[in-house]
Design a protein around this ligand. Structure first.
Ligand code: URA
Length: 244
């Protein structure tokens, strides 16, 4: 048994780290623009991603493990909001030099897949306001078209966490950001949260809106012929909500 174990260790050492690893490649990471805030590429995240990317994963697990990644994304998003100093008194009679968030936030989900991220935001931010935007491809023009938007009426004065699990071509996201900006949200107050993105989507988005931030868990190499992220995880909305 000891010989077998040693052989296994040897084999693992022989396989370059790069080949074993399937998450965001070092080359992609090196080329990410400063607007992209990639979650720390830990083994934990890698394992969660391996579950949701697996086509054999059943829906209950897909939801559970996606929710865990969504929670990480929301926590990281909150890290990029402005803060002010705040001194608090502790029960020991001492003071603690703390901080407090400055400014208010809201969430906006891009329907339908983005709705899967709403609970993760609510779990971190009690009674957070959440708007919704529905964008679909127009049958005639093939361009993304706005079908519905319901946003908090004071959205212009809030930091906005835009929610969509997959940033593929960026078409819907660009339209959604236009809607937010038409409603008075400054570009620099928009944080776009996704589980997986790719260079094409990132470039399309930031060439149009260079001041937004994209917070993502992994960046895949590209899109397939059907404009799905590849290797990706398939249709996130269908897998999360159990539709075809
Ligand atoms: N939307 C998805 O659900 N998956 C993709 O790969 C791209 C867009």
């Amino acid at each position: 048994r000891r010989t077998a174990a040693l052989a296994l260790v040897k084999v693992r050492l022989l396989i370059p780290w790069r080949l074993r690893r399937q998450s965001t490649s070092k080359d992609i990471i090196a080329q990410l623009p400063p607007q992209v805030l990639l979650l720390e590429q830990t083994q934990q995240l890698h394992a969660l991603m391996s579950i949701i990317r697996n086509r054999e994963t059943v829906r209950g697990d897909f939801i559970f493990y996606s929710d865990r990644i969504i929670r990480l994304l929301v926590e990281e998003g909150l890290n990029h909001l402005p803060v002010v100093d705040k001194v608090v008194n502790t029960p020991t009679g001492q003071t603690y030099n703390g901080i407090d968030f400055q400014g208010r936030i809201c969430g906006v989900s891009i329907m339908r897949a983005g709705e899967s991220m709403e609970q993760g935001l609510r779990d971190c931010c009690r009674s957070v306001r959440i708007g919704k935007i529905l964008i679909q491809r127009d049958e005639e023009t093939h361009q993304p078209k706005l079908y519905y938007a319901k946003l908090p009426n004071d959205i212009a004065s809030r930091f906005c966490l835009l929610l969509d699990p997959m940033l593929a071509t960026g078409g819907s996201a660009i339209k959604a950001i236009e809607v937010l900006m038409d409603n008075g949200v400054p570009e620099e107050n928009i944080l776009f949260l996704n589980l997986i993105t790719c260079p094409e989507g990132i470039n399309n988005l930031i060439s149009r809106f260079p001041k937004i931030k994209i917070i993502t868990a992994e960046v895949d190499p590209g899109l397939d012929a059907n404009k799905y992220i590849s290797p990706g995880l398939g249709d996130f909305g269908c897998r999360y909500f159990g539709t075809d």
